[in-house]
Design a protein around this ligand. Structure first.
Ligand code: GLU
Length: 505
């Protein structure tokens, strides 16, 4: 069997959509499962859509996600260069081959000519198509005399090279996900393959590169399925063996109504890009998974399951497990709905699984945003105690700030509900008991305070939550004696006095 070689071939036209990340992921899983190569090719033939910074963004996104390419832009390899703009000189010979063998023709129609044809067709409620039925009426090497064509080319007149579909031919694309997809050539437009400025279009460059890079499988988004018949025909025209195709289902909006778009993310509260992106022209900022506090493994796991599943109930799968279990056969044909709750759930799971050491720098960075520096030993202890409550990295601060800084405000609703006349006196008595234990011991403190609560027949919920309000600022947090143990008895006493001074002046 031919060596498995797959490529991810983004165009650097902006930030990478999360659907593109899933395409790359499926390519990666398939390659690794088969001991194959995973290639990064940058398809930048359309200079008008080129966006500065997009290529660097793509590379950084995959570094963050931990998906390593074996070959390509930024890595190198023996099939390079891997940026199409750098391959420009090699495409002409292929365009020439198609022209010489009757698979393509020169077209000299101006933009205005084409526009007029389109308008004419529209007036008759039709769509203009450059094809076997219209070619003869257009300005091209099929309709003009040989001399005229020669003269135009010699004078340097601008032209494009168009593919010449044979009329009324059924073209079948064998798709590994969808089975055979057949379309008649009469329904297809003679696509532009090459332009007189020496640039190939996507179609020609893509086929030439896939062939010369010995790509065995083309795994890409469903939006490329309409281009696949042309690609199949190009392989045929060149006499090359076509790679196998797999067109992946779309990623849909959470309600299933249409494709997940750039705008959906920030509107619905989840990122559609792996990393934050600042548009170089408008300066608009779009959120990214990394900056929103997702762990890359969670993003990978969640994306893997948007359009594929292992056929069991298993949901948590790291990259190695995914490599083992993945199969193109079990990719679904229908679109996959993005699910925010599920994304949140995955991230929570992966934060729980992450070691405290790994979380340490991430959480330290969150603290630094709030001007807090602390020693690693203390921070690790708080991480171990609190990570189960965190879904996204930035939540760490909301959940734990009181371990680092004393509360300045006390949740008025909690105070109203829990803080009774006499609370201050009881808290002071309880504090004295806690201070009497030397050295401090959580279990002992718990015992003494509980005895006190029972002896004085206090309402347990009210008094313990008042204690909590004093230490945390709200009726939340882990066990009260855990908090005291972490912040220290002295700090606890100060917080109790301060709360009393503010709440019961
Ligand atoms: N350059 C195309 C894109 O931006 C690649 C499509 C393909 O994989 O053939 O998605």
């Amino acid at each position: 069997m031919k060596k498995v070689r797959v490529r991810f071939a983004p165009s650097p036209t902006g930030p990478l959509h999360i659907g593109g990340v899933r395409t790359a992921l499926y390519n990666y899983l398939f390659a690794k499962q088969n001991g194959g190569d995973f290639i990064l090719r940058i398809e930048d033939t359309d200079q008008t859509r080129f966006v500065p910074g997009a290529e660097a963004y793509i590379i950084e996104a995959f570094q963050w996600l931990g998906l390593k390419f074996d070959e390509g832009v930024g890595i190198g390899g023996q099939y390079g260069p891997y940026r199409q703009s750098e391959r420009k000189p090699m495409y002409k010979q292929y365009a020439d081959y198609l022209l010489e063998n009757g698979w393509a023709y020169y077209a000299f129609d101006t933009a205005a000519d084409l526009d007029a044809k389109r308008k004419e067709a529209e007036a008759q409620k039709k769509t203009f198509q450059y094809d076997a039925t219209t070619r003869d009426g257009m300005c091209n090497s099929l309709s003009l005399s040989v001399e005229d064509v020669k003269a135009r080319l010699e004078s340097g007149a601008p032209y494009v090279v168009r593919f010449k579909y044979p009329a009324d031919l059924d073209i079948t694309v064998h798709d590994l996900i969808r089975g055979d997809v057949t379309i008649n050539s009469n329904l297809l437009d003679d696509k532009v393959l090459y332009k007189s400025d020496g640039m190939p279009t996507y179609h020609l460059a893509n086929i030439v590169d896939d062939h010369t890079m010995e790509v065995s499988h083309v795994i890409r988004g469903e939006e490329w399925l309409p281009s696949a018949p042309l690609h199949v025909m190009l392989y045929k025209a060149f006499g090359w063996e076509a790679p196998q195709f797999a067109h992946l289902p779309l990623l849909l909006k959470p309600d299933g109504n249409g494709k997940l778009s750039k705008r959906d993310g920030d509107r619905l509260g989840f990122p559609v890009f792996p990393l934050q992106w600042t548009d170089p022209k408008s300066g608009d900022v779009s959120s990214g998974y990394r900056e929103s506090g997702y762990l890359p493994e969670a993003v990978i796991n969640m994306l893997a399951l948007l359009g594929w599943n292992p056929g069991t109930e298993q949901e948590i799968m790291d990259l190695d497990t995914l490599v083992k279990l993945f199969s193109i056969d079990s990719i679904s044909k229908s679109g996959a709905k993005f699910n925010l709750e599920k994304a949140r759930w995955f991230n929570h799971q992966y934060i729980q699984m992450a070691s405290d050491d790994r979380l340490l720098p991430m959480f330290a960075a969150e603290l630094a945003k709030h001007g807090v520096q602390t020693d690693d030993g203390y921070l690790k202890r708080i991480i171990a105690l609190m990570k189960e409550r965190v879904h996204f990295i930035p939540e760490f601060w909301e959940q734990t700030s009181y371990f680092f800084v004393a509360p300045e405000e006390y949740d008025p609703q909690a105070v109203k509900k829990r803080w009774k006349p006499g609370t201050a006196a009881h808290l002071r008595e309880m504090m004295a008991l806690v201070e009497s234990i030397k050295p401090f011991d959580k279990a002992k403190a718990d015992e003494l305070v509980m005895d006190y609560v029972h002896q004085h027949e206090l309402n347990m919920g009210a008094i313990m939550n008042s204690y909590r309000i004093a230490l945390v600022g709200a009726a939340k947090g882990p066990g009260i004696f855990e908090i005291i143990d972490a912040i220290g008895v002295g700090e606890t006493a100060r917080r109790v006095e301060r709360a009393i001074a503010v709440i019961e002046p």
